[in-house]
Write a protein that binds this ligand. Sequence first.
Ligand SMILES: Cc1cc2nc3c(=O)[nH]c(=O)nc-3n(C[C@H](O)[C@H](O)[C@H](O)COP(=O)(O)OP(=O)(O)OC[C@H]3O[C@@H](n4cnc5c(N)ncnc54)[C@H](O)[C@@H]3O)c2cc1C
Length: 394
Amino acid sequence: MEFDVVVVGAGPAGSMAAKYAAKNGARTLLIEEHAVIGSPVSCTGHISVKALKECELPEGNFINKRIRGAFVYAPDNRSIPIDGKRTMTYVVERKIMDREMAKAATKAGADVWLDTAVRSVKKVPGGVVLEAVSDGKKTEIPARVVIGADGVKSRIAKSVGLGHIPHVCTGIQVEADYEPRDEEFVEIFLGHYYVPKYFAWAVPTSGECCRIGLNADSDAHVYLDRLLSEHEVVSKKARGAVDLIMGGIPVGTLKSTVTDGVLIVGDAAGHVKPVSYGGIYMGTRCAKIAGEVAAKAALEGDVRAARLREYERRWRGEFGNELMFGLKFRQIFGRMTDEDLNEAIAALDDPDILNMITQYGDIDRPSVLARQFLGLSTRERVWRFVKLFARVFI
Ligand SMILES: Cc1cc2nc3c(=O)[nH]c(=O)nc-3n(C[C@H](O)[C@H](O)[C@H](O)COP(=O)(O)OP(=O)(O)OC[C@H]3O[C@@H](n4cnc5c(N)ncnc54)[C@H](O)[C@@H]3O)c2cc1C
């Protein structure tokens, strides 16, 4: 076999998996169906400092902005500032970042084939055969292990019977002229009329431009139009929308991300935080484990599911509890009325609580803050917040 590990999809998860497979000694191929890496891309590019570190890229020209915090607007338009007082997140240009990550995979030793779309995967003794169309011609690519990093609609997962993500919501966004309240802060908007069960955002990119978007279970276009034309804060500032993008965002994971000769990672597996709906941090972390386990198993000559399950055990060990917390939070948040949300924001508007959020807030691991919060539950305002959550949950 020419390749030990073939990775399908050159997004952040695929490039990182390919890098780690190559670093661990496997002959590695990274396949991308588009002729250009990083395009088209559906992403705001808002990632934490920790997520960028996980991507293993030096700070470069793909960073648009450094962000310190957020203004969170309740449905009644009362807002609270959450100020991290140092760079907490970055706004990145995914098109450039994805290319840098693919380059890092090639530097580690992986080959890259562009304009190659995988149609299906067949299991064969000791490995798999990928059926693909490359440069317009049908081709077969034998490998010991395939890593499916082919995004939320993953053909690889379906092709080998690993099924579907339990729920997929839609993310929609425009880039528009919009003077941010502060260039170092993102703006978050809550309220059922504009964004039922989710939140909307305005994320500064450069100059007086922002990426403005939201998530929705249906009618995403309708809600975005409404936000841009009617919202008290947004409609006054948003002008000249360009670059409309839209994409599926997984909520929940595949039941299993492993079968004989196959691992699934990134959006394809559902490696997305169900609180902020970002997938880059978890996807790249899990991709490192996938690349390493795939390489080791391929080189040992045992690619059966029992051997590859090390990957599933390790990523669930790292993220299982956080995912469970996120799904529970999502359920409670989804049930909150506008009055509940107004009450919650009012309860958080307290210097000590905001300080605690500054100290413990982590968009990649929100459960850390929740634990701190519960520890303070004797304080009257926190108590109000906890009671509100309990009422909504019950
Ligand atoms: C509107 C919107 C905003 C978002 N904003 C953020 C954000 O601010 N921060 C954040 O962390 N996340 C954000 N996300 C989520 C983030 O974009 C994804 O989690 C991330 O891109 C997942 O990376 P991935 O490598 O798993 O998959 P993808 O980036 O989807 O990459 C999959 C790759 O596989 C290729 N591919 C697919 N099928 C095949 C095939 N059959 N053969 C070959 N190649 C194939 C695709 O062309 C693609 O390049 C956002 C999503 C949306 C929709």
